[in-house]
Structure formats: structure tokens, C-alpha cells
Design a protein around this ligand. Structure first.
Ligand code: FAD
Length: 348
């Protein structure tokens, strides 16, 4: 048993540690496009709220869009304050122009966490700023737990194409903890009309010698639901032959289901489908209510992007195709016979 004096010393050490740990204060980078808040950012906000402290949102962009985004964002449940910075410099969301602003905000305030959706922008922006501060950045977390007493945050994240789950703990020795959030694991934060939070403008930070120049942006237009958040997805693979057959076979099925269209990497590499439609380890990660894999073998890299779907339906003529190991409903059939029949049945 410890002598009484030691016990007292131990207790005071514990309470001192507890008192000195700063309460969590997250800065969440909220992405938007043409006035609409990115749905992944809404899920990242839900994750930020789980830290149990203050959550400050950051909206950056051109004068054309920022006011509308601020109006929507300030009502988001979970935000405790909102910063916005407006400049033509931010019209194109480039990591090179945004990182000086983020660095300045982090040097001025006592943020403990920096959070974002794992977009291509954030995948470049967050590690860039984290590296400057000499702290790690954890990507695509699927759960988190913050321990205020030790000021440590523990995350889980899938590794090896989702075949293993890694648990990462950032201790108090990491003063600012950077992480991106896998949207499919957190519900989007809802809006609360009655919410009133502090909204503050911050000055843009000039980048006199920007090393990059924006040339052009090409937005793919589609009337279909966004693949990343669609409730139903119809994906096609290599046997769809070419772009015309891919569209002629899958679009009618997607139309009748009100689904987004996805593709395997083989289909994308062969030019049947746009790169933005690729599902998998190096494509989009989706978790819809229904995922239909049409002529897709089920390679581990493809499964990494869709195996958390609630219901998986696979059509494949090979009964040993690995996709059947994750499918809830499997149809061993030639897709060119099966898909028109499925469409007919659905129409009835
Ligand atoms: P295949 O493997 O050729 O499978 C075609 C399937 O269609 C077969 O199972 C066959 O039985 C079936 N079939 C053929 N004809 C018919 C028919 N008429 N009717 C019904 N079924 C038919 N892949 C991804 O998808 N996403 C990724 O993000 C991704 N990232 C990768 C990252 C790395 C580093 C690497 C190395 C690979 C990655 N891949 C990815 C590629 C992956 O390994 C596979 O090569 C790819 O998924 C195969 O695509 P597929 O299933 O369309 O083609």
C-alpha cells in the first residue's frame, strides 16, 4: 500500500494534469461548391461534435458564394462559432493559397483539432499545414474518442483496403490533432433554425508568390444523384465493353431505381466511365442502402469502396467470383440477359 503522503502527491498530480489540459476546440474546414455545403463536411461536423468541446467552422471562398454558404452553415447543429474569409484569391480552392490562412488562424488561437472531409483539396491542405507544425495528420477516420483528462484522441481507420482496422492514439504531446473523416461513418449534421452563433470575418492572407496558377475547372454535369451520398448505386465492370454499352446497359437500370452510376477501375481505365465514377480503394468510398455490382469480379480494391453498403446485389456469370462472398443477393447470369429482365421486373 502507498504511504499516505504518496497518495496525496499522486492525486494532486492527476488533478493538475486534468486542469491543465485545454478543453477541445476544433476548427473544421467546411467545403462548399457554388453555394452548397459539401455533404462530407456535414458528416465531418458530426464527428467534430463528438470531441465534446467547442467547434468553430471555417468557410473560405469568393465573394460570390461565401455569404450564401455562411447563411446555411451558421444553422448547422454542432457549430459553436463560425469564421469566414472572402477573397478572389480563394475563388479557386487551392492548398497553396489556403494553407497560409489556416496557419495564421492556428497560430492565433488555441485550437486543439483541425478537421475536414477527405476531399482531394483537404488531402493536400491538411497534411501541408500539419507538416509545417510538425504534427501528424490522420486520414479517413471511422470513429473517434477524446479523453479530456489525458488530452488524447483515439481514432480508428481502415487500412490495407479495409481489410484491417488500425487504432491510432494522438496523445497530449500532439498539441493540434489533424484528421479527415470518412463521411459514410457519420450522419450529416442537421440544421437548427433557432441556433444563434458568433459569426466573424477574418482577413485573407496574401500569397505574394503563389507557386501555382489555376488554369481551368471542368465540372461534370449529371442529373443523377451524387455517387458519394446516393442511397442506391448501380456499378459496372470490364465486361461492359465500351462507353456506349456501359451507358446503354446501366443507365436504364439506374433510372428505374433513381440510382447513381459507379464503375470498377477496369471500366474506368478502359474509358467506359468517367474517373469520378470509380468506386474503390483509389476511387470513391460509398455505403448506400443498395449497391448493384454488374459484371464486377469483386477485387479487394473494389470491395474497399463498397463493402459497407447495406444491401449488395451482384450479377456475374462466374459462380466463384469473389463479389459473391460479400453479396446479400447473388445472380449467376450473363449480365446482358439479366439486366433487361431486372429492369422489366422493377417497372412492373
Ligand atoms: P474483372 O476483374 O475483369 O472482372 C470482370 C468480372 O465480370 C468477372 O468476374 C467476370 O466473371 C464477370 N463477367 C464477364 N462477362 C460477364 C457477363 N457477360 N455477365 C456477367 N458477368 C460477366 N479496382 C476498383 O474497382 N476500384 C479501385 O479503386 C481500385 N484501386 C486499385 C488500386 C490498386 C493499387 C490496384 C493494384 C488495383 C486497383 N483496382 C481497383 C483494380 C482491381 O484490382 C481490379 O483489377 C478491378 O476492380 C477489376 O475490375 P472488374 O471487376 O470490372 O474486372
Amino acid at each position: 500500500m502507498l504511504p499516505r503522503r504518496s497518495f496525496v502527491v499522486f492525486r494532486s498530480f492527476l488533478s493538475r494534469n486534468y486542469a491543465s489540459a485545454p478543453p477541445p476546440h476544433a476548427l473544421i474546414f467546411l467545403e462548399h461548391r457554388q453555394g452548397d455545403v459539401d455533404s462530407g463536411s456535414l458528416s465531418a461536423l458530426t464527428a467534430a461534435s463528438l470531441l465534446g468541446g467547442k467547434v468553430t467552422g471555417l468557410v473560405v471562398g469568393s465573394p460570390e458564394y461565401v455569404p450564401a454558404v455562411v447563411d446555411k452553415v451558421k444553422k448547422l447543429k454542432g457549430l459553436t462559432s463560425l469564421l469566414h474569409s472572402t477573397s478572389d484569391l480563394y475563388a479557386q480552392q487551392l492548398p497553396e493559397t489556403l494553407s497560409p490562412l489556416l496557419e495564421k488562424l492556428l497560430s492565433d488561437s488555441e485550437y486543439t483539432h483541425v478537421i475536414s472531409t477527405p476531399s482531394s483539396l483537404a488531402k493536400s491542405l491538411l497534411p501541408r499545414v500539419a507538416a509545417k507544425l510538425d504534427v501528424p495528420s490522420v486520414s479517413e477516420i471511422t470513429s473517434l474518442e477524446h479523453d479530456s483528462s489525458s488530452n488524447s484522441t483515439t481514432f480508428t481507420r481502415p487500412i490495407y483496403a479495409g481489410n484491417a482496422i488500425s487504432t491510432v492514439r494522438l496523445s497530449s504531446s500532439v498539441p493540434i490533432k489533424f484528421f479527415t473523416v470518412r463521411a459514410t461513418n457519420f450522419d450529416p449534421a442537421p440544421s437548427e433554425e433557432s441556433q444563434e452563433i458568433e459569426v466573424k470575418a477574418v482577413d485573407p492572407v496574401d500569397v505574394p508568390e503563389c507557386p501555382v496558377e489555376h488554369i481551368s475547372t471542368q465540372l461534370s454535369k449529371s442529373d443523377r444523384p451524387d455517387l458519394s451520398v446516393a442511397g442506391r448505386v448501380v456499378s459496372g465492370g470490364r465486361p461492359l465493353k465500351n462507353a456506349e454499352t456501359f451507358a446503354a446497359t446501366l443507365n436504364p437500370l439506374a433510372d428505374v431505381l433513381g440510382a447513381a452510376v459507379g464503375a470498377s477501375r477496369a471500366a474506368v481505365d478502359a474509358g467506359y466511365a468517367d474517373n469520378s465514377l470509380q468506386v474503390g480503394q483509389t476511387g470513391k468510398v460509398v455505403a448506400p442502402e443498395l449497391y448493384m455490382a454488374i459484371g464486377i469480379s469483386g477485387a479487394i480494391q473494389h470491395l474497399a469502396g463498397m463493402k459497407d453498403s447495406k444491401m449488395i446485389v451482384a450479377v456475374n456469370k462466374d459462380p466463384d467470383a469473389p463479389i459473391f462472398q460479400v453479396a446479400d443477393v447473388g445472380l449467376v447470369a450473363d449480365l446482358y440477359e439479366a439486366v433487361p429482365q431486372i429492369i422489366e421486373k422493377l417497372k412492373q
